[in-house]
Design a protein. Structure first.
Length: 267
């Protein structure tokens, strides 16, 4: 814990003081390399939080891509952001949190109000416009975080809305790619259900409690696994496409939790 405090004071904090105004300028000028500093921020964040990230597979690049993922903890964002250039979709409340909301906006996070069904259209439009430029957007498709032993049913509404928004924005080819995040070891030892509760952000915990457990906990081995991307066409059934991605994520999570080789993606 002392080493993390020193790292924050002498490396992470000076980095933030320097980078925040630079990133604000980069975003204001709409420069194409807006994602460079956020990637560095996430990598330093992994060191500070004690996350040791392993990447399996490769994120689709250079084309409009919608990544759909399971969700375990707020640290998922740091781990994924350290290995892939993505824009996240987050609930509206995140944008209102002190400091977190500002950092999320610097990475062009797209916020959705889950209490208003009509807000899905606006969110989908923002997702489509961003992806039409050849960028990747990541959606935590379960709609909430879970303890990490299984995958909750994926919600298809935003996938379908984004599907049409991407095409309306001029994207001729859109890909949907499953992504699985799994916390496999704590201080080198396999993670059981009890240990998972020290990582996951579940409803019974306050934000402060979860942050204390993460900062005070041991080094966490995290695997970020990218599945095979599939084309997402205008005529595709959004529920079937979402279900197929959900099955891929579930199969990868089961394999990672059990220490088995990942299933070979179907061509």
């Amino acid at each position: 814990m002392i080493l993390r405090v020193l790292f924050f004071l002498f490396i992470f904090l000076p980095f933030l003081i320097l980078v925040i105004p630079v990133q604000l300028l980069i975003n204001a000028l709409r420069l194409p390399f807006w994602n460079v500093l956020p990637r560095l921020f996430h990598r330093l964040g992994c060191v500070f939080l004690g996350l040791r990230v392993t990447m399996v597979g490769q994120p689709a690049t250079g084309r409009p891509t919608l990544l759909v993922s399971n969700h375990i903890s707020w640290t998922d964002i740091i781990a994924i952001g350290s290995v892939a250039d993505v824009t996240f979709v987050a609930k509206r409340e995140v944008g209102e949190w002190f400091f977190v909301g500002m950092m999320a906006r610097l990475q062009k996070t797209i916020f959705v109000d889950r209490t208003r069904r009509s807000d899905a259209g606006r969110t989908a439009h923002e997702m489509g416009a961003h992806m039409a430029g050849g960028n990747a957007v990541l959606l935590f498709a379960e709609g909430q975080s879970d303890i990490g032993t299984h995958v909750l049913p994926f919600r298809s509404a935003l996938v379908g809305a984004a599907q049409h928004a991407m095409l309306d924005a001029g994207a001729s080819e859109v890909m949907i790619q499953p992504l699985t995040i799994a916390y496999t070891r704590l201080q080198g030892l396999p993670v059981g259900r009890t240990e998972r509760s020290l990582i996951a952000w579940i409803k019974s915990k306050s934000v402060k409690q979860n942050i204390r457990e993460i900062l005070g906990g041991p080094v966490k081995d995290v695997t970020v696994a990218f599945g095979a991307p599939r084309p997402l066409r205008e005529t595709d059934n959004r529920k079937l496409v979402t279900k197929a991605a959900e099955n891929d994520v579930r199969a990868m999570l089961v394999a990672l939790n059990r220490g088995r080789p990942l299933p070979v993606p179907a061509e």
